[in-house]
Ligand binder design. Structure first.
Ligand SMILES: Cc1cc2nc3c(=O)[nH]c(=O)nc-3n(C[C@H](O)[C@H](O)[C@H](O)COP(=O)(O)OP(=O)(O)OC[C@H]3O[C@@H](n4cnc5c(N)ncnc54)[C@H](O)[C@@H]3O)c2cc1C
Ligand SMILES: Cc1cc2nc3c(=O)[nH]c(=O)nc-3n(C[C@H](O)[C@H](O)[C@H](O)COP(=O)(O)O)c2cc1C
Length: 460
């Protein structure tokens, strides 16, 4: 190699290195600034199932005539971003047992870390916090409370006292008045086309209210405030908010005290190409023998061909856009709805990444509903494995025990790119699954799963 060649190679290496550093700096700068102008009011939302996001967008719209606003998810927020603006409004929900929603976990620990360093990086910031929660939980709006305190402790000045709203009572609805029409959800008129009881409900089980029903709802009308909608109505992970008719509410007046909204949420179990909106609904039987408001309407009082109205609620935290990565789908009971939708999405694609389904129910004899629910996808090339467990059978257990049993394989399957989606009851399943995942993956990889948006939870 001649001297000129060596010189040329050295210059090329230095140029490539400088280019690489420039790209990294640009990426970092973009991430820290989030393209937010320093004169803009930053509106930050931390939302698990979309309500706080909607309120945040409505707040931004209400300010639009007077100020420049920029709406961001808390999952993209860094402390540095807040040092670029003088005014921020936070709209946050609370999840789990007084915890931040998944999108708020990272920022919550950033705040705690900053506070332990005894600096006041937010002394220039004027802020407002709106918390959404439900008073039925003991830690009502706990994340909003800790966020408000944390911002104060870091030197921020509260422009108004903390506002906490019970969304189950519709206390947030007046804030939505300014929601621009392009954000308005799609309203639907649906027809009950088919309803099947999936499990074998014997006398003993029926008394505990264990009927699990599959519903197929045809779409009569789909409309936003400004236009008709005919395709791409929903994504795997989205939720149908069923509106309970007033006549139904009167028969259950006690349960409905203070619930002006009278809606119930159900995870959509199908994808748009299937045509109908499919749901899997657990029939709730109360102590006095009457049925729950929403589940009663869907599994009992509505008849075939009846109309039901609802709204599609976007649930972006449950979207899995990478269709090539390994995917673990975990559910118990009615959570099979979300599993079905995620599998349906992959089954329709060529070269989709492998899917491993974990499902738990009570009795294999009565409740083994996995195969029938997933039957259209049995031949799907992406379906790697299905594992079931039944808690009330001999040597039975919960779905988290199943994960533990396969811990090595689960660890390898998730690897560094796999996604995990969990759907169903929070207390009975979601909490246990979360603990087992942490122990299988170890603290570091578990945190990465959260931070890289590879852990999707639709728990209720
Ligand atoms: C994001 C989200 C997604 C959901 N997806 C689904 C789904 O796919 N399928 C599904 O079946 N449900 C799902 N749910 C739960 C659903 O929204 C209702 O809460 C459930 O159907 C009970 O409502 P209800 O109106 O029938 O009972 P209500 O009239 O609200 O409740 C009557 C009484 O029963 C109690 N109760 C409520 N739920 C239960 C229960 N599960 N078991 C025992 N007692 C109960 C209540 O404390 C109350 O005292 C989801 C909830 C959320 C937030
Ligand atoms: C699994 C689960 C756990 C919840 N935990 C709490 C809680 O601890 N405290 C509270 O005030 N609200 C709690 N909520 C109620 C939500 O905060 C409330 O429904 C909120 O409007 C959801 O907003 P989002 O859709 O933006 O996430 C919980 C809701 C769910 C589904």
């Amino acid at each position: 190699m001649t001297e000129t060649h060596r010189l040329f190679l050295a210059l090329l290496s230095i140029s490539l290195y400088l280019l690489w550093v420039a790209v990294l700096l640009f990426k970092q700068r973009k991430a820290s600034n989030l393209d937010v102008s320093e004169h803009a009011t930053l509106v930050v939302y931390a939302s698990q199932t979309g309500t706080a996001e909607k309120v945040a967008r409505a707040k931004a719209a209400a300010l639009a005539d007077m100020e420049t606003t920029s709406v961001v998810s808390m999952s993209d927020l860094k402390l540095d971003t807040l040092s670029h603006v003088s005014k921020a409004i936070f709209v946050v929900s609370t999840y789990g047992e007084g915890e931040p929603p998944d999108a708020g976990r990272k920022f919550s620990s950033i705040l705690k870390k900053a506070y332990s360093q005894s600096v006041l990086p937010l002394s220039h910031l004027s802020f407002e916090v709106v918390g959404l929660g439900d008073r039925q939980y003991t830690s009502f709006c706990a994340f909003a409370v800790s966020l408000f305190d944390g911002l104060n402790q870091l030197g921020g000045k509260a422009a108004s006292p903390l506002m906490t709203l019970d969304s189950s009572k519709g206390e947030h609805l007046s804030l939505l008045d300014n929601l621009p029409s392009k954000n308005t959800e799609t309203s639907l008129v649906l027809t009950v086309n088919k309803r099947t009881c999936l499990n074998t409900v014997n006398q003993t089980l029926a008394s505990g209210g264990r009927g699990l029903y599959a519903l197929s709802l045809g779409i009569q009308k789909a409309q936003t405030a400004t236009s008709w909608v005919d395709d791409s109505l929903w994504e795997a992970g989205d939720i149908l908010e069923v509106h309970i008719p007033a006549s139904q509410q009167n028969t259950n007046a006690e349960d409905n005290v203070g619930r002006e909204t009278a809606t119930r949420s159900y995870t959509i179990a199908s994808v748009t190409s299937e045509g109908d909106i499919k749901l899997v609904v657990r029939q709730v039987v109360k102590e006095d023998g009457t049925l729950g408001l929403g589940s009663g309407l869907l599994t009992h009082s509505s008849k075939l061909a009846d109309s039901i109205s609802g709204t599609i609620r976007k649930n972006e935290s449950a979207y899995i856009s990478d269709t090539q990565c390994p995917l673990i789908l975990i559910a118990a009971g009615s959570g099979i709805a979300g599993v079905r939708a995620q599998l349906a999405k992959r089954a329709s694609l060529q070269n989709a990444g492998p899917v491993w389904v974990f499902y738990g129910e009570r009795h294999a004899e009565f409740d083994d509903v996995l195969d029938i629910t997933l039957s259209p996808f049995h031949q799907a090339a992406c379906l790697h494995k299905k594992s079931t467990i039944f808690s009330r059978d001999e040597n039975g257990g919960y779905v988290q025990h199943l994960l533990q049993q396969y811990s090595k394989q689960v660890n390898a399957f998730i690897g560094s790119e796999g996604h995990v989606y969990v759907c169903g009851d929070f207390t009975g399943m979601g909490k246990g699954v979360d603990e087992i995942l942490k122990s299988i993956l170890g603290e570091g990889r578990y945190e990465q799963l959260h931070e890289q948006g590879r852990y999707h939870r639709d728990l209720y």
